[in-house]
Structure formats: structure tokens, C-alpha cells
Design a protein around this ligand. Structure first.
Ligand code: GLC
Length: 438
């Protein structure tokens, strides 16, 4: 038996595509969710954002509809980020949404809205907490990280990580008790200092969070819940969570076993709403991100950062719109799909494969002139069509007698593509195979 019980990742691997939502007080300064850290903002000075938090254009139904239209099947929202602000009602701190001018449990409203659209629900919960009076401050992150030694020590005098660990268990208990079935719990993050793991002012890991206990607390309430790999507890993760990069192949857990994974990505360079950040990804980049993840057996968790007023700004809506447009015709190559075993896609292409339907999807990043040779598919294809409109794609089968037709080698086929690239960010050919791939 595994050392740690695991959650249910079956639905997750089918779903493949979710929405990440970073929303908290940092949406007011609108200069990144790590603003307290970067600008070393004291508790006193950060208070203004709490006092001003009043999202008058908050319409979670719109977020949920946009997510659904984009083809997303689940969401993960920051119940609490590193700043320590709780978007939910809690008995264990006053630094919570119900004490701000808006005065309501907005997490609950978001959950209800997404459930109404049929999406599954995940909570992001920050292990780091720059607000809690028992969170021992360290030199690695937070507003007080650069204090001179004397002051630094003074700040830490009465802090007690054991009480903080209990606080986290209490809050996780609330989150997993008061909001119905929660599908994902996304802890963030551990940073143990390798040379001095015992020195809590240099880094923090599983001993400081009491990760085993935290995990047990969560599993006892919701045994099927999916838990990420950021608790610093090898062997406990249901999913691995690469961030802001795309792995080149299917992933493994800390112990080398194949594992479900989910890459989290931003539309621009910040998770929280950032007014002036402008590295927004293009339509093609967004669609390729999704395909790249799925072609390597992963999920994509695409982030939006709603504004302080509670709406998704035009740039975020536009980004979601790219997915909506593409997924309307191409979701078959995403849901339930993963890597295509034993096949190598041609240059500038990606395969995904649906093991249930035994359909292979060829995503063409770079549109060739008329012919595209597919290795190892000779004699194996029953039919091929453009996924966009189910129009037939003709093919040449090479035979020993006529090798070289359109350059096709024996054992391969060549697709005959239209000269004009279809008007999709990434066109897809759906290939119906005669025999199962694996
Ligand atoms: C990082 C950042 C954080 C963000 C997260 C998403 O760990 O600390 O701001 O929420 O990545 O994966």
C-alpha cells in the first residue's frame, strides 16, 4: 500500500483544461500579487487595500460563463494567497473578506457560480502567510525579509509556527467543510533550505507546515480530493505542478513514478491583476500551450487575475476568447486525450491521442505546402479529416512498388493538405485508426 492515500485523478486527466483565479487585495495596487514582498509593505501600510476592497462590479457568473465557453472543466481559486487575506469567512482571523467594505463571503459566490456552469472546484491555499502573527518571518520572502538582524529578531519574538500550523489545519477544515465537494486543494509552496533545513528563518518545509498532519486533515474530510506536490512531502502528491514553463515530455513524481501533471500558466507576466504589465500571449501562443500540455499527458491551468472591481478586464476576456473560438471546433483533440504512444509527430506538429475512441489528432503548427508525411502510419489509417469541419483529408499510402510518391517512405503515409491553411490558430487533422495504438 502506498504510504500516502491518493485522490481521484481520473476526471482530472479527462478534463485537461482549467481556470486559475488569483484574486485578493493585491488586485488594488495592481502591481503583482507579490507586491507586499517586492515593495516591503508593512502591515500598517497594507491595511489601506483591506479598507478599500469593495468590488462593485463583481459578477462571478460572468467569470464562470467565460471559463465554460473557453472549454475549461474546472477552476482553482486563491482562497488565501501569500498576503494572508482570506477571500472566505473564517473563524480564525479577522483579515478576511467579510470584514472589508464588501462584507460578504465572495469565495462562496464564486463557487456557486462555477458549479452552476458545471465546473469542478479547487481551492488554492497559501502555506506562506505574510500577515499571520505566528508565521515566523524569514529572509527568503515577505515584507520584513531585509530587516536588520536586531529588528528581525524582535519581529519574530512571539511567533510560533506550531500555532500557525494549527491555524492552517483549522482553515483547511473550514474550506473543506463549508463549501460542499471540493475537487482540488492546491497548497503553495515549500522552500526548505537544503544546507540548513532546521533554520526556519532561511526556508520552510514539511516540518514547519506539519505537512503530514495537514494532509491527513484534508483527506479525512474529503478522501478523493486531489492534492498538489508543494507540501514538501515526497510520495504524497496526486499532481505535479510545473509553473510558467512547459515540460518536454510526460512527468514523474518525486519518486520517479508517472504522475498526473498540470502546468499553470499566465496570459501575461503576473498572476494577480497587473494594470501595466503587457507581455500578453498571442492567440497562437495560447492555443499551442494547451496542445503542448495535453500532447505530453498534462493539464493546462490558465490563469486570470480579476480587477479590484471584480470583473475580468478586456485583455483577459480576449485571451479566454481565443480558447473559446478554438475549442468550439477542436475540443475532441483535448478532452480525454494524452500523448500518442510510440509515434513521433512530424517537425512543427504535435500529436494527441484518445485511447477510448482510438482517434489520433495531428496539430499542425507550421502549415506545409500540400504534403505532410506521417511516420509509421502506413496501412494503419482508416480515414482522415479536418477536425474543424469534418472535411476529408486525402492521403497517399506508400507501397514497396511506388516508394517515393510525394516523397513518402514505406511504412509511412502522406496527407494531402489544402494549399491554404484553414483559418484556425492551429488546424487539426483527426485520424481514425484501424487498430488501437496501444
Ligand atoms: C508561485 C507564486 C504565486 C503563484 C503561484 C502559482 O508559487 O508564489 O504568486 O500563485 O506560483 O503557481
Amino acid at each position: 500500500m502506498a504510504k500516502y492515500p491518493h485522490g481521484d485523478t481520473k476526471w482530472f486527466k479527462e478534463a485537461r483544461f482549467g481556470m486559475f483565479i488569483h484574486w485578493g487585495l493585491y488586485s488594488l495596487p495592481a502591481r503583482h500579487e507579490w507586491i507586499r514582498h517586492y515593495e516591503e509593505i508593512t502591515d500598517e501600510d497594507y491595511q489601506i487595500y483591506f479598507d478599500m476592497f469593495n468590488p462593485d462590479l463583481f459578477e462571478p457568473e460572468k467569470w464562470a460563463k467565460a471559463a465554460k465557453a473557453a472549454g475549461m472543466k474546472y477552476m482553482v481559486i486563491t482562497a488565501k494567497h501569500h498576503e494572508g487575506f482570506c477571500l472566505f469567512d473564517t473563524k480564525y482571523t479577522d483579515f478576511k473578506v467579510t470584514n472589508t467594505p464588501v462584507g460578504r463571503d465572495l469565495l462562496k459566490e464564486v463557487v456557486d457560480a462555477f458549479r452552476a456552469e458545471g465546473l469542478r472546484i479547487g481551492f488554492y491555499y497559501s502555506l506562506i502567510d505574510w500577515n499571520h502573527p505566528d508565521f515566523v518571518i524569514d529572509r527568503r520572502n515577505g515584507p520584513y525579509r531585509n530587516l536588520p538582524e536586531e529588528e528581525f529578531k524582535k519581529h519574530n519574538e512571539n511567533r510560533d509556527m506550531r500555532r500557525y500550523a494549527q491555524f492552517m489545519r483549522d482553515q483547511v477544515t473550514e474550506l473543506l467543510t463549508n463549501y460542499g465537494k471540493i475537487d482540488i486543494l492546491w497548497f503553495d509552496f515549500s522552500y526548505p533550505n537544503k544546507e540548513h533545513p532546521e533554520d526556519i528563518t532561511l526556508g520552510k518545509g514539511h516540518t514547519h507546515w506539519e505537512s503530514e498532519e495537514l494532509l491527513k486533515t484534508a483527506r479525512a474530510i474529503q478522501p478523493d480530493i486531489i492534492i498538489d506536490n508543494r507540501l514538501d512531502l515526497p510520495g504524497s502528491a496526486d499532481i505535479v505542478t510545473p509553473e510558467q514553463y512547459t515540460p518536454g515530455k510526460p512527468m514523474q513524481d518525486e519518486e520517479g513514478n508517472p504522475v498526473a501533471w498540470e502546468g499553470c500558466q499566465t496570459f501575461s507576466g503576473s498572476w494577480g491583476y497587473h494594470r501595466d504589465e503587457s507581455t500578453w500571449k498571442s492567440e497562437e501562443q495560447c492555443i499551442k500551450l494547451l496542445i503542448d500540455h495535453v500532447s505530453r499527458d498534462g493539464n493546462l491551468l490558465m490563469n486570470v487575475g480579476p480587477t479590484a472591481r471584480g470583473f475580468l478586464d478586456d485583455r483577459a476576456e480576449k485571451g479566454l476568447g481565443y480558447f473559446a473560438k478554438w475549442m468550439k471546433y477542436h475540443s475532441c483533440s483535448i478532452y480525454g486525450c494524452g500523448a500518442a504512444p510510440g509515434l513521433t509527430a512530424p517537425d512543427g506538429c504535435r500529436y494527441t491521442w484518445n485511447p477510448k475512441t482510438n482517434r489520433l489528432y495531428l496539430h499542425i503548427y507550421s502549415w506545409p505546402f500540400r504534403f505532410l508525411e506521417l511516420k509509421g502510419l502506413g496501412g494503419k489509417v482508416k480515414y482522415a479529416q479536418l477536425l474543424r469541419d469534418h472535411s476529408e483529408v486525402l492521403r497517399d499510402e506508400a507501397s514497396a512498388a511506388i516508394t517515393g510518391k510525394a516523397g513518402t517512405d514505406v511504412g509511412n503515409i502522406s496527407l494531402k493538405l489544402p494549399v491554404q491553411k484553414p483559418d484556425d490558430a492551429v488546424p487539426v487533422v483527426e485520424i481514425i485508426l484501424k487498430e488501437p495504438l496501444a
